[in-house]
Design a protein. Structure first.
Length: 455
């Protein structure tokens, strides 16, 4: 007799029934947007006595689980809850379960807004925006004061060594990264006693209502380290989501430090915070490329992960900018559109433009209000097609400009310049080096994300 496969809904029901008793009911799980590293599902459940149980499931992608990391996330949630940090309550967790089929965590759903655009712009959050940067500093202070006695599974490594090891394993030499690594090692501040570091504290991973921060999410990158790492990460330009304010696009560094000082009695210096902001920018650059490699290397085929590969240049630009190494005076060659071909019209460029416009204007609106996941993937498709169109329009004129700049340094490629920077044979502060790096990064950015230049 053939049995029906156990579904994700079945798996969640079994886990919640074990926790709350027979009679627990569970609705169909709904996958939420994002989830480049872990999947997030919303589940409407009800206890045997009829009490609503809004639940969130976090699980690794089936077949790509990391048991130790999920156990660590659960331990961090429980430890920080005991320390007064606003976090969701853990309802259940495990290394796997039938139907869930991966390491997982079930937690209660905390009400609040996480979307950066709404937090930054919606009038409903106007009042909380006035003190949100202070609140973020204060909550980080509480995290860093969390006792470590139940977190012995966490380790501490030199942060620059650790991110460099990830970068080297990618085998994708980049002059901007080499320049950043050199700068970080030459300007390292005095270390601080290790504390619990969240590792990804930013809007998008916070739930906020009209009073302030209700929940700190996504503890999968938690580790022991210098607590100022979290403060610098929050200042990284990527987490401003296009808004101008330096802390999460919402507040000032001074407000952030005010809140932190209130919680801890200590106030990191401006230069210390700047070093960790530079480190965070380089870290995000490398982690973005690492995420893309999961697709490129064949381990986890994914439209989302592939698209991240084209966004690495945003962090290259931000790194050069935060280190004062950007030469934005480099020229932009005029487009070199292709001539007539045997294939006729519509040309490749016209095909890309037609498909992009059709998806964006005719198909996208039909999904409004439903199919959240599909709308999210559609936006990625449209963005990738627009990138392809800009690359076709730009032609290859930049290749000769970059070749001349590299040739002036005795290098045949960006990889060779990266190697020379690593060896110390050239200095990243040299004007010709800055020019060559900037030409390449700006060329990539003008194709992949031209709006990033105007923010």
């Amino acid at each position: 007799m053939t049995h029906a496969p156990v579904t994700l809904e079945d798996g969640v029901r079994a886990v919640l029934t074990a926790a709350y008793g027979t009679g627990t009911t569970v609705g169909e799980p709904r996958q939420l947007t994002g989830g480049a590293s872990r999947q997030v599902w919303a589940v409407d459940a009800e206890s045997p006595d009829g009490r609503p149980l809004p639940v969130v499931l976090r699980r690794d992608p089936p077949g790509h689980g990391d048991v130790a990391r999920m156990r660590t996330e659960v331990a961090c949630l429980r430890a920080t809850a005991s320390a007064g940090v606003p976090v969701p309550a853990v309802l259940a967790s495990g290394d796997t379960a039938p139907g869930i089929d991966a390491p997982y965590l079930l937690m209660d759903k905390v009400e609040g807004e996480a979307l950066p655009r709404r937090l930054q712009r919606d009038p409903a959050f106007e009042a909380v925006r006035r003190h949100l940067a202070v609140d973020m500093g204060y909550v980080l202070g509480r995290i860093h004061r969390t006792p470590l006695d139940t977190l012995d599974m966490l380790d501490a490594t030199d942060p620059v060594d650790a991110i460099e090891a990830v970068y080297r394993d990618l085998n994708d030499p980049r002059p901007a990264v080499e320049a950043g690594l050199r700068w970080l090692r030459d300007h390292r501040p005095t270390d601080r006693p290790h504390a619990l570091v969240h590792g990804d504290f930013r809007i998008g991973n916070l739930l906020v209502d009209g009073t302030g921060i209700r929940g700190v999410l996504d503890w999968e990158l938690a580790h022991l380290g210098n607590p100022v790492e979290d403060l610098g990460w929050l200042c990284v330009r990527a987490w401003r989501f296009g808004a101008p304010a330096p802390v999460a696009g919402i507040g000032t560094r001074e407000q952030l430090l005010d809140g932190y000082e209130k919680a801890t009695g200590t106030r990191p210096s401006v230069s210390e915070l700047h070093w960790w902001e530079a480190f965070g920018t380089l870290r995000w650059l490398v982690l973005s490329r690492f995420q893309a490699e999961r697709h490129f290397g064949g381990a986890e085929p994914s439209l989302e992960l592939a698209a991240i590969g084209r966004r690495v240049c945003e962090s290259e630009y931000d790194l050069l900018d935060v280190l004062g190494l950007l030469d934005d005076s480099v020229p932009t060659p005029p487009p070199t559109p292709p001539g007539p071909t045997v294939h006729g019209r519509p040309s490749v460029t016209e095909i890309v433009d037609l498909v992009t416009d059709t998806l964006a204007t005719d198909i996208g609106p039909t999904l409004e209000g439903t199919h959240e996941r599909q709308r999210y993937l559609l936006r990625i498709c449209v963005n990738l097609l627009r990138t392809a169109g800009r690359e076709l329009d730009a032609g290859n004129g930049i290749d000769s400009v970059l070749g001349d700049a590299l040739g002036a340094l005795g290098c045949a490629s960006e990889a060779e310049l990266a190697a020379r920077l690593r060896e110390g044979a050239v200095d990243c502060s040299n004007d010709e080096v800055r020019r060559a790096i900037s030409i390449a990064v700006l060329a990539r950015l003008r194709v992949a994300a031209p709006r990033h230049l105007n923010r």
